[in-house]
Design a protein around this ligand. Structure first.
Ligand code: SF4
Ligand code: SF4
Length: 297
């Protein structure tokens, strides 16, 4: 895909990087088949290819309207489309640039900004989110039905036990943001399964949100700080010079896993963290990858 950058972006690093990502796209449309928002809406503008064209238009004209913002906002950042792209288009990275540039072009209404601020400052803070969830569960019977549906019952989030003993083989597990409150049984189940295979999954308390919440809500600096905090928390356990370093960092939420894999790329410019961030990316594994390699006999 040929892109003629508008003068606003011609000499910027973001514009040139976005152009490189765009140039790999051959508009074949294979990615549409794996995009949940396109499958739901059947609207090309809610597909990866459609969003790629919207970002191209922004880069070439130097402006975009609220409709473009709506279609980019609707993207789940799941990156499922990347798995079916024959040209290896780095859609997730392109989208981050597109959203960031658009944010500078297209101011949001105050209520929308307030909602995004609220999301960033609650969802990415596990302790605060856990407290709010408990309050919501307490008042759940009094709330309107459509809000009740969004609050899991106490029974649904009941904590199921995980093994307390440890094996010599260890892997770290990302507890993330809302998962430890909203679906605590997921990591507990992962711990039980891997324990049977002779691996202990270890949670590090000081680690938290992977950074995706802030990063994808256009607070990229805060997202990078989330990543640095996790690296600091994990480093004593993954330092390659340590004889007891953990083998991997496991994610049981695919969106968070996609973010961990990108730590090395996103912190490449940071001389203090770039090597450590690359180590995190190298160690990041989805739990399904680990299970595929283990012997179940
Ligand atoms: S599959 Fe890849 S190359 Fe084809 S339209 Fe989608 S992003 Fe472009
Ligand atoms: S990241 Fe997910 S929702 Fe967004 S375009 Fe790709 S497949 Fe669709």
């Amino acid at each position: 895909m040929y892109v003629e950058l508008h003068k606003t972006y011609r000499d910027t690093a973001e514009g040139q990087t976005a152009r490189d990502y765009l140039s790999a796209c051959v508009h074949c449309g294979f990615c549409l088949a794996t995009c949940p928002t396109y499958l739901d809406s059947q609207d090309e503008r809610d597909s990866p290819r459609g969003r790629i064209y919207l970002i191209k238009q922004l880069l070439e004209t130097g402006s975009a309207g609220p409709a473009t913002q709506t279609h980019l906002d609707r993207c789940l950042s799941c990156r499922s489309c990347e798995t079916t792209c024959p040209s290896g288009v780095e859609y997730g990275s392109l989208l981050d640039i597109g959203r960031n540039l658009l944010e500078q072009q297209q101011p949001r209404p105050i209520p929308a900004n307030a909602m995004r601020w609220l999301l960033r400052h609650t969802v990415s803070r596990p302790a605060l989110f856990g407290t709010l969830l408990k309050i919501g569960q307490f008042f759940r019977p009094l709330l309107p039905g459509f809000i009740q549906q969004k609050i899991p019952t106490k029974q649904a989030v009941k904590q199921v036990g995980a093994p307390q003993k440890t094996h010599s083989r260890t892997m770290l597990v990302l507890e993330g943001c809302v998962q430890s409150s909203a679906t605590p049984s997921t990591n507990a189940a992962a711990k039980r399964v891997l324990y049977k295979l002779g691996i202990s999954l270890v949670s590090i308390k000081k680690a938290g949100c992977c950074g995706a919440v802030n990063y994808h809500l256009d607070a990229q600096r805060d997202g990078l700080d989330d990543m640095r905090r996790n690296i600091d928390a994990w480093w004593p356990h993954i330092n390659p010079e340590s004889e007891t370093a953990s083998e991997a960092i496991i994610s049981t939420a695919s969106g968070c896993g996609s973010m961990l894999v990108d730590y090395g790329k996103l912190l490449a410019h940071d001389p203090t963290y770039n090597e450590k961030a690359k180590r995190v990316s190298d160690l990041c594994r989805d739990i399904s990858e680990v299970l595929l390699e283990e012997d179940f006999e």
